[in-house]
Design a binder for this molecule. Structure first.
Ligand SMILES: NC(=O)c1ccc[n+]([C@@H]2O[C@H](COP(=O)([O-])OP(=O)(O)OC[C@H]3O[C@@H](n4cnc5c(N)ncnc54)[C@H](OP(=O)(O)O)[C@@H]3O)[C@@H](O)[C@H]2O)c1
Ligand SMILES: *[C@@H]1O[C@H](CO)[C@@H](O)[C@H](O)[C@H]1NC(C)=O
Ligand SMILES: *[C@@H]1O[C@H](CO)[C@@H](O)[C@H](O)[C@H]1NC(C)=O
Length: 332
């Protein structure tokens, strides 16, 4: 007899068809999301007996990095400008990691005096420093100035960390092999260093200043690695990915509501802070990087920095300018 499509078969056919049609994009979407999540740090290295210091660790990528390193047994110092937020984060990290050796110290990178005082405290009270993670950052803020009159993003993202790193260098050397990790950004590719108007006083543009400060991170890693050759201290800079954190806090209010609604679905693909911390953790602990220094990473792998991030002469010039701006002397 002829094979007739019965209602039951029809039903099954219809549902398998719609299942396939629906599931493929669904699977594709999740695969895409997973791919967007990027690399994972697979190192199981323990950090018992080691000390790590993370700037801006009360939220976002910094806090997730702190949690991971605390789970590995390190003494973790959260350097935060707001002690209330810092203490709440520390309590959370202690609870989730089961490691009580997590402390908060006050550091405001927008004040050279605060940086010096913080560094004195660390030098006086810490026996060692194995990993310094320069993570704190501010993006695309209004035309604000630091306490010392520097453009805010260059001041916090670059100059504050420049002074901090230099003040802690001897302790890092004493604890070698040790590492310095700079959280930069893909934004450095759009950056240039405005040597003749470093504080962007004419024509302030928040994005340009962010890109300049992140390019400065890459150039400094380069110059620092050069200066640290043979000391056992290695330096890394990285792009963490695009992550759902508070970083856009100064930008969001300037975006019209309709755009925020239209772009809402995109958030599904944006990394969460745990995923966003992976490349920082990789640079901080992964054994495979022990003989590399001065390079740039993304998604837990080496990446070529933009050409302006490879310029030795600009790196040196920026170092000298920064040293003059923060009043760095040999003894610091
Ligand atoms: N999220 C991304 O998509 C993305 C992409 C590329 C690069 N990055 C980089 O990743 C790093 C971490 O950013 P995030 O996304 O985790 O941002 P976040 O959630 O805004 O965290 C930034 C941290 O920096 C601290 N901070 C800001 N100004 C400071 C100052 N003057 N002194 C001390 N601490 C200060 C903040 O403290 P308060 O909470 O007290 O303000 C906060 O703890 C930044 O360097 C950023 O440039 C992020
Ligand atoms: C990190 O960036 C800061 C500021 O740009 C710089 O002073 C420091 O030397 C850099 N360190 C590393 C390891 O890149
Ligand atoms: C780094 O160099 C040391 C000494 O040359 C060597 O023993 C070690 O295996 C190297 N590590 C890596 C990951 O290449």
């Amino acid at each position: 007899h002829k094979d007739k499509i019965t209602p039951v078969k029809h039903f099954i056919l219809f549902y398998s068809f719609s299942f396939i049609v629906n599931i493929f994009p669904g699977v594709g979407l999740f695969a895409l999301k997973k791919w967007m999540a990027g690399g994972v740090c697979r190192s199981k290295v323990r950090l018992d007996g080691k000390t790590v210091l993370i700037t801006g660790a009360n939220t976002g990528i910094g806090k997730e990095t702190a949690l991971d390193l605390a789970k590995r047994g390190a003494r973790v110092i959260l350097a935060c400008r707001d002690m209330d937020r810092g203490n709440r984060a520390a309590e959370d990290v202690r609870q989730k990691s089961g490691n009580n050796n997590v402390v908060v110290k006050t550091l405001d990178l927008a004040s050279l005096q605060s940086v010096r005082q913080f560094a004195r405290d660390v030098l006086a009270n810490e026996e060692r420093l194995d990993v310094l993670i320069n993570n704190a950052g501010i993006m695309s803020c209004p035309q604000w100035k630091t306490e010392d009159g520097f453009e805010m993003q260059f001041g916090v993202n670059h100059l504050g960390h420049f002074l901090l790193t230099n003040c802690l260098l001897d302790l890092l050397k004493k604890s070698s092999p040790s590492r310095i990790v700079n959280v930069s950004s893909l934004a450095h590719e759009k950056g240039q260093i405005y040597f003749d108007d470093i504080n962007q006083e004419k024509n302030y543009n928040g994005w340009k200043c962010y890109a300049q400060s992140k390019l400065a991170n890459v150039l400094f890693t380069k110059e620092l690695a050069h200066k640290l050759q043979g000391t056992g201290v290695t330096a890394y800079s990285l792009h963490p990915g695009v992550i759902r954190t508070e970083l856009a806090r100064h930008m969001l209010p300037t975006i019209p509501l309709w755009k925020r609604i239209v772009y809402k679905p995109v958030v599904f693909f944006i990394k969460n802070p745990t995923q966003g911390a992976q490349t920082t953790i990789y640079c901080a602990v992964d054994e495979s990087l022990q003989n590399e220094s001065g390079l740039y990473y993304s998604d837990c792998a080496r990446k070529a920095a933009a050409p302006q991030g490879l310029d030795d002469e600009a790196a040196k010039r920026l170092w000298d300018l920064s040293a003059a701006m923060v009043g760095l002397t040999q003894s610091q």
